[in-house]
Design a protein around this ligand. Structure first.
Ligand code: COA
Length: 316
């Protein structure tokens, strides 16, 4: 029988420097306010990488935490997949650098570029590879230093993002673990909308309203698709762990699923949008503080540049 892939551990890393909205506005001389940012996005603060701190450094820290929680040694990992839009370099990939930082010499490593949907894409690829028998224990990581691609004079974008990394350990299910694991992943892309959220000459550019318009409808439809594929109802979902871009989008999705706010994991208020890192960072918080428990059905969803969007269902 084809084994399912189980999320055996989660971990997160956030850089030390924290800037709240007022400090950010003061530091960069932005014509904005804490009230405007909170009201439109729910963001209160963000973490920013130190000079020289790279995506691979943060990814390795998150991965170490995930391995520790899973009780798995780095020597058992045979795949490292990093979702990032802000890699250390074009090559070697950030995943290969993480492999080296963790002392892993077996297996394979590569990056995935799907912007803010990167973690869902990476989870989907890793899940398929575990089930196909190409690896048994994968580190699936989202790591971003968006602070390096922001225009700090553009108040419409620079207030929205933060830096960080999140990781999960995905391993083949063993006997007695039936029912647990990734149930299915659902990926989409539509390159016709590439220009509404893109990096041009190294700087992020976004039509916020356009992105917002696509977000709610596309996320609602991919969530329905994920539930239907598994014969599940909205009421079966124990936790929604959405991409953390904007509290208004998160709230809209929670309402659409009929979930009470306490069943929706929110980190955007403290992390801002950490792109591919946002879902695994939120997962790490909610598994560590005991909210997400063994047996819970967790729905993850996200949308980002491309456009790309997707959802994944997993039973913990
Ligand atoms: N502080 C104060 N005013 C700001 C501002 C800021 N940080 N950023 C933009 N504004 C101003 C604009 O200049 C504009 O002013 P104008 O009317 O004088 O031209 C006004 O606010 C409205 O701008 P608009 O972009 O239409 O605002 P909005 O209500 O759409 O909110 C976002 C902007 C970015 C918060 C919102 O569009 C959004 O959340 N979009 C989704 C973005 C997202 O999630 N991206 C990542 C996806 S992975």
């Amino acid at each position: 029988m084809i084994p399912r892939a189980i999320i055996a551990g989660t971990g997160g890393y956030l850089p030390e420097l924290v800037l709240d909205n007022d400090s950010l506005a003061a530091k960069y001389g932005l014509d904005t306010s804490d009230a405007w940012i909170r009201e439109r996005t729910g963001i209160r603060q963000r973490h920013l990488a130190a000079p020289g701190e790279k995506a691979s450094d943060m990814a390795a820290a998150a991965a170490r935490a995930a391995l520790a929680q899973a009780g798995i040694e780095a020597s058992s990992v045979d795949a490292v997949i990093v979702a990032t839009a802000t890699p250390d370099s074009v090559f070697p990939s950030t995943a290969v650098r993480v492999q080296a930082l963790l002392g892993i010499t077996q297996g394979f490593a590569f990056d995935i570029a799907a912007a803010c949907t990167g973690f869902v894409y990476a989870l989907s690829v890793a899940d398929a590879m575990v089930r196909a028998g190409q690896c048994r224990c994968a580190l699936v990581i989202g790591a971003e230093v968006f602070s390096r691609i922001l225009d700090w004079t553009d108040r419409g974008t620079c207030v929205l993002f933060g830096d960080g990394a999140g990781a999960v350990v995905l391993r083949a299910a063993e006997e007695g673990e039936a029912g647990r694991g990734v149930l299915s992943c659902h990926l989409h892309a539509d390159g016709r909308h590439g220009d509404i959220l893109q990096v041009e000459e190294g700087i992020l550019k976004m039509s916020g309203r356009e992105v917002f318009r696509h977000a709610v409808s596309k996320l609602a439809s991919v969530v329905d698709e994920a539930l239907a594929a598994n014969g599940l109802a909205k009421s079966d979902i124990a936790w929604l762990v959405p991409h953390q871009a904007n509290l208004r989008i998160i709230d809209a999705m929670g309402r659409k699923l009929g979930l009470p706010p306490e069943r929706v994991v929110v980190a955007v208020d403290r992390h801002a949008n950490t792109s591919a890192a946002s879902i695994p960072l939120a997962l790490a918080e909610a598994t560590r503080d005991g909210r997400i428990a063994r047996g819970d059905l967790v729905l993850m969803e996200g949308i980002g540049g491309g456009l790309t969007w997707g959802a994944a269902l997993a039973r913990f």
